[in-house]
Design a protein around this ligand. Structure first.
Ligand SMILES: Nc1ncnc2c1ncn2[C@@H]1O[C@H](COP(=O)(O)OP(=O)(O)O)[C@@H](O)[C@H]1O
Ligand SMILES: [Mg+2]
Length: 221
């Protein structure tokens, strides 16, 4: 399956979520590869650091720009999960990845300003749907204040109700220093001995991989 972590906006936690999901999956012995389509190469640098430091399992990260549709289809035949990191703008990479992805996760920060960037993502999903009818798209609250404030989640859900193509994920990724430390150290938070952050990534993966389990099994069989 192709899991696209994409947003029109930068600095919302796309690469952090992509790297952490990949490390979590690899740790569960899932055959996973990252395709980094962002010239900032956050995921590619992360994988390089991780592999140089000798952390196991190794994370394979390839880089590709432009139209990534064919590359993604090819990788999806060879890996069980392809995690795509698509840069912070309405780009060819983002559009071509949406056209072939099974699942789109759009990280949003729990602020009005970020939520206002959602119309573009909703439109991009709408444009892709005729070619990619099985695409499912979710917004994920990212870097949310670590004091659980139920109101902010409710507000996001209310705002998202206006967008027919985007549903709010149940799992909220909170602002935690361990996400920054892990990324710099070539680790996923699941490897950092921080139970709450580990649980967030595990829950995020569970939320989507259980949903996709049926179709993944179909692909495997
Ligand atoms: N949940 C989080 N908690 C704390 N810091 C985070 C979190 N997610 C991302 N960051 C930090 O915020 C910055 C931007 O995150 P990044 O994943 O690179 O965003 P994007 O890929 O959307 O541009 C990085 O310095 C990253 O370490
Ligand atoms: Mg990034």
């Amino acid at each position: 399956m192709i899991l696209l972590v994409g947003a029109e906006k930068g600095g919302v936690g796309k690469s952090t979520i992509a790297c952490n999901l990949a490390v979590h999956l690899a740790g569960e012995a899932v055959d996973v590869v990252i395709l980094d389509t962002d010239t900032q190469a956050t995921c590619a640098h992360f994988a390089e650091r991780r592999n140089e430091l000798g952390h196991r399992p190794e994370i394979l990260c390839l880089q590709r720009t432009g139209d990534v549709g064919a590359a993604l289809r090819d990788l999806a035949r060879r890996y069980r999960v392809v995690v795509v990191d698509a840069g912070g703008r309405d780009s060819r990479e983002l559009r071509s990845a949406i056209a072939v992805a099974d699942l789109l996760l759009t990280p949003i920060r729990a602020s009005q300003a970020d939520l206002e960037t959602l119309p573009t993502m909703n439109t991009l999903v709408n444009l892709a749907k005729p070619f990619n009818p099985s695409l499912q798209a979710f917004a994920v609250l990212s870097m949310a204040p670590s004091n659980p404030a139920i109101r902010e989640v409710e507000e996001a859900r209310e705002l998202l109700a206006d967008f027919d193509q985007l549903t709010l994920a149940k799992t909220v990724i909170r602002d935690r220093k361990v996400y920054r430390d892990a990324l710099l150290g070539g680790r996923g938070v699941v490897e950092m001995g921080n139970g709450t952050a580990r649980a967030e990534i595990q829950l995020l993966a569970q939320e989507f991989f259980e949903m996709e389990a049926a179709s993944v099994n179909e692909l495997l069989n």
